[in-house]
Write a protein that binds this ligand. Structure first.
Ligand SMILES: Nc1ncnc2c1ncn2[C@@H]1O[C@H](COP(=O)(O)OP(=O)(O)OP(=O)(O)O)[C@@H](O)[C@H]1O
Length: 245
């Protein structure tokens, strides 16, 4: 079995009287593409915010490569190898695509590297080398999403948290994003993605964690998860039956 790159034990987050994350355990195998799904308000973003350190845990523990993340600030978690690509990309609009990615490369881990080489690789992995010299202003949603992934991987992570990378994309753009995430994994970066597009999730994920109301309700391969009665009740819904002829 693969080494576990990220693990959570008894992870809890309270917002005043609301329990947004309720005693969740997880183990993310290194080199996998892992899914996180659940209905709106289930606690997916909260879990990502706990991993990046945007929120502090109320209880439990998260370990990255065996090291507890307790007390480690967000920028330091990025330098340790955790990157996040947001659903809504906010690039510097007046900078070119290349310059935006360079910001990620320079912000990355402090060792001396050839930043231009890092940028070129991120452009190639995400398939946007042809627009490297265009300014970010006015890019389509699909291209902005790829730029967001490129900026994140330019920080040279070993784990990429991708927040709804296919949201609002048309089928062609969705397929391009699926290919892009496969390329990211092909470079040895573990990918954990939140995504509502079940076709995309089931086509790329090795395993999927399902949460509802902050609680883990299932974990397994895509085939196991989509046939799990708890997941069907809480999130997927039963298939529509054909009316009798
Ligand atoms: N900063 C906060 N303060 C108070 N409540 C919060 C905060 N952040 C999230 N919540 C609440 O925690 C619960 C989980 O929210 P979260 O955004 O993690 O869900 P989600 O699964 O990501 O939803 P969606 O699919 O709609 O993005 C919700 O009830 C939400 O209102």
């Amino acid at each position: 079995m693969n080494e576990i790159i990220l693990s959570g034990r008894g992870v809890v987050k309270h917002f005043a009287g609301l329990t947004a994350t309720d005693n969740v355990d997880f183990d993310i195998p290194a080199g996998s593409i892992y899914g996180l799904i659940g209905p709106n308000g289930a606690g997916k973003s909260t879990l990502f915010n706990l991993i990046t350190g945007y929120y502090d845990l109320t209880g439990g523990e998260i370990r990255f490569k065996g090291t507890s993340l307790a007390g480690i600030p967000t920028y330091r978690r990025n330098q340790m190898g955790i990157a996040r690509a947001f659903q809504i990309s906010k690039p510097f609009p007046a900078l070119t695509v290349r310059e935006n990615i360079r910001v990620g490369a320079i912000f990355g881990r402090p060792e001396k590297v050839d930043h231009e080489k890092v940028v070129d690789e991120a452009l190639a992995i995400t398939g946007i080398a042809d627009i490297a010299d265009r300014t970010a202003e006015g890019l389509t949603v699909g291209t902005l999403r790829k730029l967001e992934i490129a900026r994140a991987i330019a920080t040279r992570p070993s784990l990429l948290l991708a927040d709804e990378p296919c949201a609002g994309l048309n089928p062609t753009e969705t397929q391009e994003m699926v290919n892009c995430l496969r390329n990211v994994r092909g470079k040895g970066i573990t990918v954990w993605l939140v995504e509502h597009d079940m076709k995309a999730v089931t086509s790329i994920c090795d395993r999927i964690l399902v949460i509802d109301a902050g609680r883990k309700i299932a974990e397994g391969t895509p085939a196991e998860v989509v046939s799990n009665p708890n997941v069907i009740t809480a999130y997927l819904g039963a298939p529509i039956e054909e009316p009798a002829a």
